[in-house]
Design a protein around this ligand. Sequence first.
Ligand code: NAD
Ligand code: UGA
Length: 460
Amino acid sequence: MKIDKICCIGAGYVGGPTMSVIAQKNPQIQVTVVDLNHERIAAWNDADLNKLPIYEPGLDKVVAEARNRNLFFSTDVEKAIDEADMIFISVNTPTKTYGKGKGQAADLKYIELCARQIAAIAKSDKIVVEKSTLPVRTAEALKSILDHTGNGVNFHVLSNPEFLAEGTAIQDLQKPDRILIGGENQEAIQALVDIYGAWVPTDRIITTNLWSSELSKLVANAFLAQRVSSINAISELCEVTGANVDEVARAIGMDSRIGSKFLRASVGFGGSCFQKDILNLVYIARSYNLYEVADYWEQVIMMNNHQKDRFADNIIKTLYNTVNGKNITLLGWAFKKDTNDTRESAAIYVADHLLDEEAFITVYDPKVTAEQIYKDLDYLGTRSPAENRRLVKVVNSPYQACEQAHAIAILTEWDEFKAYNWQQIYDKVFKPAFLFDGRGVLDGQQLMMQGFTIYGIGRC
Ligand code: NAD
Ligand code: UGA
């Protein structure tokens, strides 16, 4: 099966960067990324590379190299499907907000819409690739829709989950730990192997059956999130025993069976996927009556919620049990550094908690817009949009953000926070100068010498 043209449905955090790298590494293949969102496509096509819809280090260079050569962004979904030999589905699969499985199961309506659209348009054989993260056995449903509503052409469904992390997406795509391809048809599998083979060593391309591939994606995220919840659970124990969580992480991480990565205690994991994918895993386990399995994984989420709550509670307790009318500065709103993505960011929940206690909040994040911050708070529905705008101020300067603060909290590990003139900040805040480092990024000793009272996660 020779692939001349690829279409990717969904120009989001996965579709955009993944297809950019595939196009960069396979100049002979025409790659068209389509989306229903006109604004997003216009931003992908913007001549000013600073205006790409996603902030991701290195992405601008890759786009500059491939765009309008063999990489195209378009809203003409039908044309791209019609012309493609291989179609990636990279649309969102959020947690259901209604009906059966509400709050846990993945909402597959966008996936089904794609399948029906592909079936209706396709006039030649297609390889359909699941790039979105999906519940195990979704390929069966996809195949059924394609075969029953199509025009008699052949569809081969492959599972090819994406493992990139935001903030390091380009690096992850260019040097992946592994590429996973699940499928039944060997020729279709080989066609996708060849695309990745353009830059990924063969021993890093794993092929499995469809169900192992679909399930492995959920399991990988569950294991990663579990590590964060595990170290966060230990961080609370460190705080009451006098142990230091960084020292514990280092000591256990040097055991090669445990490994040193993903052991950074924090205010809690965020991002669009960890919570969603674990909830999905829990839902799947329960739907097979595997209650112990479901309860086991659900605890990872419960621990994460506890970590966010106790961080906010500690601010309130330290500020003499009330933050009513006090100014709390939040440095960082993105769910991690080097991304403008705020989905499920711990900052949203910490802010909401403090706003419930009638604090005034000022936010500074180097990459997140005020519009996005208000959108995140409004989405929670805890208070009216007008009330959110009355209580929360978003500013463009960290120094302005900290002026007259009763407390400062670090919620994202942006590198620039380390380089601030903290003496200047100290001079402008109310005393005692409380600083809550939810990411362990600042030099606590140095700041203490400058007069700050510091609270870090996992240390006394
Ligand atoms: P996203 O919301 O950023 O992008 C999805 C895009 O799909 C949106 O722009 C939306 O407009 C578009 N879309 C939805 N239905 C469409 C349709 N019928 N036709 C055309 N466009 C349509 O989502 P994302 O973060 O890119 O995630 C996509 C999938 O990849 C999810 O399943 C997610 O779990 C998975 N994933 C995400 C990441 C990540 O870092 N964000 C990493 C690995 C896997
Ligand atoms: C994660 C996985 O790492 C990717 O492999 C996966 O493809 C992706 O989810 C997905 O399916 O969406 P991402 O959420 O972008 O990637 O970022 P991570 O680096 O995994 O961080 C997730 C959250 O955990 C962040 O809030 C981060 O600050 C937090 N974290 C991470 C910690 O608190 N401590 C750590 O040691 C590591």
